[in-house]
Design a protein around this ligand. Structure first.
Ligand SMILES: Cc1cc2nc3c(=O)[nH]c(=O)nc-3n(C[C@H](O)[C@H](O)[C@H](O)COP(=O)(O)O)c2cc1C
Length: 183
């Protein structure tokens, strides 16, 4: 589960935690959280293109090891100005082979639902040769759902609204991983 917003007042970590808890229920998969705020990468500063896999910096090698350790990913991220957060694209761009052929599922959100961010991210992940599951969860978080500081008034209730979609996403991810084991 990659937390794709690093803003100090983000709601992403809370959403990711609740989605993880929901997905973890009755699942053969185990989920761990990767917080890009903790990974704390600079803007891409490798001299060689990542596809070569010859990394100069310790932070890139550490990020490579982190990503290699996982069989698949759920990306949880908001829509920013009709796209995905730059910090998430930067984290993806740092590596290349580490992502290849791994399944990915998307949970997006935004005042109007995060559809544009999801669609753009699908294109990026296809370019990285990832296997994106058929359906996304795109959560609409309207002005009524947040307080004056933009924090969710009822985070658990909001996740519950999307529980069927989240379960379906987990099922599609499991199916991809099981089929990958057979290859
Ligand atoms: C820079 C920025 C751009 C945003 N652009 C959009 C947008 O295009 N569409 C939308 O529905 N919401 C947009 N929002 C509202 C966010 O969905 C909302 O603020 C959300 O809480 C951001 O996620 P975060 O708190 O985890 O960073 C934007 C918010 C920010 C900070």
């Amino acid at each position: 589960m990659i937390i794709g917003s690093t803003r100090p007042t983000r709601i992403c970590a809370q959403i990711a935690a609740l989605v993880t808890a929901h997905l973890g229920k009755d699942s053969a998969l185990s989920y761990a959280t990767v917080d890009l705020a903790e990974i704390d990468l600079p803007f891409l500063d490798e001299p060689r293109k990542p596809a070569l896999g010859r990394y100069e910096h310790a932070h890139t090698r550490a990020w490579s090891e982190t990503v290699r350790a996982f069989d698949g990913f759920v990306l949880v991220f908001p829509q920013y100005n009709w796209g995905y957060p730059a910090v998430l694209k930067n984290a993806l761009d740092f590596l290349y082979e580490e992502w290849r052929d791994k399944p990915a599922a998307l949970v997006t959100y935004g005042t109007r639902g995060g559809a544009r961010a999801a669609e753009q991210m699908r294109t990026v992940l296809t370019g990285l040769h990832m296997r994106v599951v058929a359906d996304d969860v795109r959560m609409r978080i309207s002005a009524d759902d947040v307080d004056d500081a933009g924090q969710l008034l009822d985070a658990a209730g909001k996740i519950a609204e999307y529980r069927d979609g989240i379960s379906e996403l987990g099922a599609q991810l499991s199916a991809f991983l099981i089929s990958a084991q057979g290859e």
